[in-house]
Write a protein that binds this ligand. Structure first.
Ligand code: CP3
Length: 382
């Protein structure tokens, strides 16, 4: 995509977040201490979230700008994390262009039908992904409300707290679309990939454009970093990932790669920088190098591969994000604390480290434990 300079009001252009711990880490620099945020930091672990959500369905909450913004801000206020992650869902762009999808509590995204063959794919791809640009007004509005608040915060690093925008990668979206809902092994998607490579390719191209536009809308509206979630890519062999999936993920990211801002480097010379992009998946130990290879600044690692091992697999020089096992959040404090220190220690193998969990916060997590982890990372990661 053509290069676009972000507006002067964007937090990166305005000099508010470009030197935050998070954005510095994504460009490979270490700041005063290790930045920390949690996947699924917004949501059911917080009583204030559960209270606000009463009577509102998940996707309706995502499309209510005031509510989505408030939910995004709740964990930032409570825990003092180094980033907000925009409260939304990977299926929101599908909903916005008219696909029949709901999120069932305790289950996940459920579609009115499965799209596991050429006829189903043709029905989806008849929708013009460019329709998202107009339909995404509630997203832009929610992001604008959120950064207006985040720009006033100072989490101790002397900068405003950045907002991370996100999108689902084409394969993870296809894993739900093909099946028509959540599945264990994503068999319908993996079968379509080989049964009808043409239909698969059409599905991946369409999904890449739609999810790429969703991510772009968040960055243009004020997100300072972007994360692509390919949560279920770990179900794939490396060969299938490289042949049938990685090109579509790269296409999705092409919608944000040209977004740049002008600033000055540490020596005071003018520089143009791109919005940093992170790529994460679960069970992707075999794919880490390929996931970096699609052209991202940082790689998110799940809890199965220690960060120093991940650094060796991906190659030196790549900032890493992760990877405390979420199970530790329910363990006695001494076990949790030593696990946090171990993650920090192994993270020193990378040029920079953003502390996170190896996957999302479990809903039953005691939020006081998350606050304690933030304090400990800031203390021990300095
Ligand atoms: O705090 C954050 O991380 C931001 C919000 C966020 C949500 N979904 C909100 C949400 C993010 C980044 C996502 C991404 C997402 N959605 C992914 C990729 C990340 C991952 O976890 O691997 C995936 C696979 C989905 C699909 C999805 N949506 C699932 C599996 C579920 C959980 C179903 C359940 O109830 O356990 C959802 C629903 C969902 N998305 C919730 C939240 C807070 C729970 C809904 C609720 O509160 O009722």
């Amino acid at each position: 995509m053509a290069r676009v300079i972000l507006s002067p009001q964007h937090p990166l252009s305005a000099g508010l977040t470009g030197d935050s711990r998070l954005v510095r880490a994504y460009r490979g620099e270490r700041a005063d201490t290790t930045p920390v945020w949690f996947m699924r930091q917004a949501g059911r672990s917080l009583p204030e979230y559960r209270e606000l959500r009463v009577g509102t369905r998940m996707l309706d909450a995502c499309l209510d700008p005031a509510m989505a913004s408030e939910i995004t801000l709740q964990p930032v206020r409570r825990h003092g994390v180094d980033a907000g992650i925009f409260f939304s869902d990977i299926v929101v762009p599908l909903k916005l262009v008219g696909v029949d999808v709901e999120i069932q509590p305790g289950r996940g995204p459920v579609f009115g039908r499965g799209y596991a063959d050429a006829a189903g794919v043709a029905e989806l791809t008849a929708i013009d992904p460019a329709r998202l640009d107009e339909a995404s007004a509630p997203i832009a509005e929610a992001v604008a409300l959120t950064i207006a608040e985040l720009n006033r915060t100072d989490n101790g690093s002397g900068t405003a707290t950045p907002l991370i925008g996100f999108a689902g990668a084409p394969f993870t979206l296809a894993a739900y679309l093909a099946e028509g809902g959540p599945s264990k092994d994503h068999l319908a998607a993996r079968t379509l990939m080989h049964a009808d490579p043409g239909a698969w390719r059409a599905l991946m191209d369409w999904t890449a454009e739609l999810t790429g536009r969703f991510l772009r809308a968040q960055v243009l509206a004020g997100a300072s970093a972007a994360q692509l979630f390919d949560s279920w890519a770990g179900a794939l062999s490396l060969a299938d990932y490289e042949t049938h999936v990685a090109p579509a993920s790269a296409n999705a990211l092409s919608h944000v790669h040209g977004l740049e801002y002008e600033t000055t480097d540490s020596a005071g010379s003018p520089v143009t920088r791109a919005v940093p992009v992170v790529h994460f998946g679960v069970g992707t130990g075999e794919l880490l190098g390929a996931m970096h290879g699609i052209g991202v600044d940082a790689v998110g690692v799940d809890y199965r591969v220690p960060l120093d091992v991940a650094a060796a697999r991906i190659g030196a020089g790549v900032p890493l994000q992760g990877n405390l096992d979420p199970a530790l959040l329910a363990a006695p404090l001494p076990a949790l604390e030593s696990a946090v220190r171990e993650v920090l220690r192994r993270g020193t193998a990378a040029p920079a480290h953003v502390f996170n969990l190896g996957h999302g916060v479990p809903p039953e997590t005691d939020p006081a434990v998350l606050t304690r982890v933030v304090e400990l990372v800031h203390e021990a990661g300095a």
